[in-house]
Write a protein that binds this ligand. Structure first.
Ligand code: 6PG
Length: 477
């Protein structure tokens, strides 16, 4: 017999993805650099479906039916290139290499181009949902040549998560690096969501005076409303967890320095290159990096803070309600920024990404899955050329309803000295976008003053320069 799909790289994500294929009735060839892992998988989970254990690259390739579909689940970066170099010479035109790691989309574009020259289809595939998702149904974001999706798509649709309406959480995102690009932005939004939730927690704790267990209850309530999402759900779990060794809230025994593997940072780096303002995502990345500067924080501990008194009990409940509104409004803004980046990437690289389809496949399986994404999908379905999520009537109205509370929360945060870079960046973005005039006019004047960089006028076409060092008359530039 031969396998319809192969998975090489059997660390937890690869192993669970292989099991997912097998549990869905596919014969799966499995391979790992050290064969012990391959045999361990088959020994432990062999009864779940049909596996073919391959010890060598040659055996692995020989086990696959043609055209071959070979899923690579190794660490992003050099290890991926090494695996491609090992397998590509053994493949034939029409075969497919599918990279399910968190690759940088520029690497995916390069690999796709190189392999295309050899007749091999390269599919850069974003996979979200962690270990559990890989096993029970992830959200899958494949890029690569469209024709590869004809045969690969149905298999992915089978193993993917399903949204509440039954739709599979996978679509052909676009050519070459489009899938990994969208996965990157997914992670950027994930960072922003997590930061906003963190700020809400800190406000409820330091301004309203709630305990972690009480805050967990508040999050549980929020999770029954418009904030219904996986991240809110697990936040309640983490906050209600008590450390067995000390009896303290778990959140109080964890070192408060957040780590990151890089996808959030990439989202911001690429946004800078594309000229897309993703300020909320950027603040989330910076907040993680600030938290990690232990010495700097230690050296800064004596700096003066405000003396405002925390809220009393009656005020606290009303404050919690306002925090929910601030969180929701800020969340709308970070998704607005993330979708802007996807639209800009799509434009830059000619991917023709369907934003409605992206929101649709994020409804299930992935880390940012949320009821909210159904509404984003509806917004793009109603108007595929929506210039921004904020131009959607429903979202605009919701923000309008939330804005007073949002502003008040930021006032409280400022008066109490609680850092809320995510909430604040989101509100600043909102206020800047709706502003009639921005101080950018002054910036242009300054640039013209010191560097003759020229400016445009509101009342006439063309570029102009004022003779600042002379008689200050204006000349056409
Ligand atoms: C997912 C996640 C995943 C990511 C981790 C860790 O969609 O399943 O985004 O791909 O690697 O969440 O990311 P950080 O280590 O950067 O926080």
């Amino acid at each position: 017999t031969s396998a319809q799909i192969g998975v090489t790289g059997l660390a937890v994500m690869g192993r669970n993805l292989a099991r997912n294929f097998a549990r869905n009735g596919y014969t799966v060839a499995v391979h790992n650099r050290t064969a012990a892992r391959t045999h361990a998988l088959v020994e432990e989970f062999g009864q779940e479906g049909d596996f073919i254990a391959a010890e060598t690259a040659k055996e692995f390739v020989a086990a696959l039916e043609r055209p071959r579909r070979l899923v690579v689940m190794v660490k992003a970066g050099e290890p991926t290139d090494a695996v491609i170099q090992e397998f590509a010479p053994l493949l034939e035109p029409g075969d497919m290499i599918i990279d399910g790691g968190n690759a940088h989309f520029a690497d995916t574009r390069r690999r796709e181009r190189d392999l295309r020259e050899r007749g091999i289809h390269f599919v850069g595939m974003g996979v979200s949902g962690g270990e559990e998702g890989a096993l029970h149904g992830p959200s899958i974001m494949p890029g690569g040549p469209k024709e590869s999706y004809d045969s690969l798509g149905p298999m992915l649709e089978k193993i993917s998560a399903k949204a509440a309406d039954g739709a599979p959480c996978v679509t052909h995102v676009g050519p070459d690096g489009a899938g990994h690009f969208v996965k990157m932005v997914h992670n950027g939004i994930e960072y922003a969501d997590m930061q906003l939730i963190g700020e809400a927690y800190q406000l409820l704790r330091d301004v309203a005076g709630y305990s972690p267990a009480e805050i967990a209850e508040i999050f549980r309530t929020w999770n029954t409303g418009r904030l219904d999402s996986y991240l809110i759900e697990i936040t309640a779990e983490v906050l209600s967890h008590v450390d067995a060794a000390t009896g303290k809230p778990f959140v109080d025994v964890v070192v408060d320095q957040a780590e990151q593997k890089g996808t959030g940072r990439w989202t911001v780096q690429i946004a800078l290159d594309l000229g897309v303002p993703v300020s909320g995502i950027a603040e989330a990345v910076f907040a993680r990096s600030l938290s990690g500067h232990a010495q700097l924080r230690e050296a800064s501990r004596g700096l003066a803070g405000p003396k405002a008194a925390p809220l009393n009990e009656a005020e606290a409940a009303a404050f919690a309600d306002r925090v929910e509104q601030a969180l929701y409004a800020s969340k709308i803004v970070s998704y607005t920024q993330g979708f802007h980046e996807i639209a800009a990437g799509s434009e830059e690289y000619g991917w023709d990404i369907d934003l409605g389809a992206v929101s649709s496949i994020w409804r299930g399986g992935c880390i940012i899955r949320a009821a909210f994404l159904d509404r984003i999908r509806a917004a793009y379905d109603a108007r595929p050329d929506l210039p921004s999520l904020l131009s959607d009537e429903t979202f605009a109205r919701e923000i309008a309803d939330a804005q007073d509370a949002w502003r008040e929360v930021l006032v409280s945060a400022t008066l109490q000295g609680v850092p809320t870079p995510g909430f604040a960046a989101a509100l600043a973005y909102y206020d800047a976008l709706r502003a009639e005039r921005l101080p950018a006019a002054l910036t242009q004047g300054q640039r013209d003053f010191f560097g003759a960089h020229t400016y445009r006028r509101v009342d006439r076409d063309g570029s102009f320069h004022t003779l600042w060092g002379g008689d200050r008359s204006e000349v056409s530039a």
